[in-house]
Write a protein that binds this ligand. Structure first.
Ligand code: NAD
Ligand code: UDP
Length: 351
């Protein structure tokens, strides 16, 4: 059966990043079909999809049936668990979902004709970086937690499949939202820096702040790092810039590009204190004074991407800066969709 040149399967498209990419795929003229078990995703986040099918990427018959029904020309694989801390406590949960089920998904697509796969990888595959130089793709990969290892294993398996061409995109720190279409990050629990700064600053309802462990406000984890101000430095990228990179990676593969791996970041590092300062300015909250806690276990001091390869090969570069990440996150976190989602997830978790 010939593939439909517009259909792109999006696993995990009910999640944060997958939902934004689905929206942009649609704008770019593709026909995204979302496959998601809803284990942590949200049905509302699939609204831009041409079709949604609920199921598990590790269910071979389910994926076979999807391939027969839609004949996708390509797939994007976002479906995964994403909490580093939890992966240390429950490694099997991560190896089963992020490695073993990813393998079933890739192998089933290969069995159904192969094609093109864009995979969500992560800077966590690099592990502990001991210098401050931006990280290139040829750095050794030495994950320091099961999350990073499970993603690296999936990446390696994908690269080894004969009749599949793939692009692994190693994201650095993703932030921001697209509130104009009511999309954004609705993780529960929420561990990421920008939402944890923004929620107290926009005076989010008390039940939401309490459910997310923010009742006492935002806290900086560690001020004794060997960095310019003692707080950890990261490379932040807007989720819509990330979505643009996915479209470019897809077109690259469809135009005959070979299997590749690309880092996606801005090349600029911001310390936690610098993000706090940016939030103060952007949200006009000069009164914001965060608390301080010891370092969070496993957090490296500095992680900055060298994304030159994506620039040269995909013509990609980030267009949206920190201010826009913070402002769009603030608008999204004020939305009714966000509030209702977190209240519902908190209630389910407490049952
Ligand atoms: P998310 O939790 O918001 O979305 C993941 C989605 O996958 C959810 O909708 C969930 O229901 C679904 N899912 C999980 N396991 C599934 C399975 N077995 N079958 C079907 N559906 C399943 O996560 P996100 O933040 O959007 O991250 C997406 C991808 O990006 C992940 O692969 C993650 O490793 C990678 N990544 C994320 C970040 C980040 O900052 N969020 C950074 C680097 C890499
Ligand atoms: N961080 C913090 N307080 C918080 C959440 C995060 O100080 O409430 C710090 C965290 O220790 C790290 C940086 O912010 O140094 C980015 O954390 P995030 O979880 O967003 O991304 P990571 O780089 O860990 O994937």
């Amino acid at each position: 059966m010939r593939p439909d040149s517009r259909v792109v399967l999006v696993s995990g498209g009910a999640g944060y990043i997958g939902s934004h990419v689905t929206h942009v795929l649609k704008l770019a003229g593709f026909s995204p079909v979302v496959v998601d078990s809803l284990v942590s995703g949200n049905l509302w986040a699939t609204r831009s999809a041409n079709a949604f099918r609920q199921g598990d990427v590790g269910d071979r018959d389910f994926i076979r049936a999807i391939c027969d029904e839609f004949r996708p020309v390509a797939a994007m694989h976002f479906a995964a668990f994403i909490e580093v801390g939890e992966s240390v406590k429950r490694p099997e949960k991560y190896f089963t979902n992020n490695r073993d089920k990813a393998k079933v998904f890739f192998d089933t697509l290969a069995e159904k004709g192969g094609g093109n796969i864009v995979f969500s990888s992560t800077a966590a595959v690099y592990g502990e970086i001991t210098d401050s130089a931006p990280v290139r793709e040829d750095r050794p990969t030495r994950p320091i937690n099961p999350y990073g290892q499970s993603k690296l294993d999936a990446e390696s398996h994908l690269r080894g499949i004969g009749n599949v061409k793939s692009v692994a995109l190693r994201y650095f720190n993703v932030a921001g939202a697209e509130p104009s279409v009511d999309l954004g990050e609705a993780h529960f629990p929420e561990t990421h820096l920008i939402p944890r700064i923004v929620l107290p600053l926009i005076d989010a309802p008390k039940d939401i702040r309490t459910a997310l462990g923010l009742a006492a406000g935002f806290r900086i984890f560690g001020t004794d790092y060997p960095t310019r101000d003692g707080t950890a430095v990261r490379d932040y990228i807007h989720v819509m810039d990330l979505a643009d990179a996915h479209i470019r990676a897809l077109r690259y593969l469809l135009d005959g590009g070979k299997t590749e791996v690309f880092n996606l970041g801005s090349g600029a590092g911001y310390s936690v204190k610098e993000i706090v300062e940016a939030a103060r300015t952007t949200l006009q909250r000069g009164d914001f004074n965060p608390g301080i806690e010891p370092r969070r276990e496993g957090d490296p001091a500095i992680l900055i991407a060298d994304s030159m390869k994506a620039k040269v090969t995909l013509g990609w570069g980030p267009q949206r800066g920190i201010d826009r990440m913070i402002a769009s996150a603030a608008a999204w976190h004020r939305s009714q969709t966000y509030a209702e989602t977190i209240v519902k997830k908190a209630n389910t978790a407490s049952q």
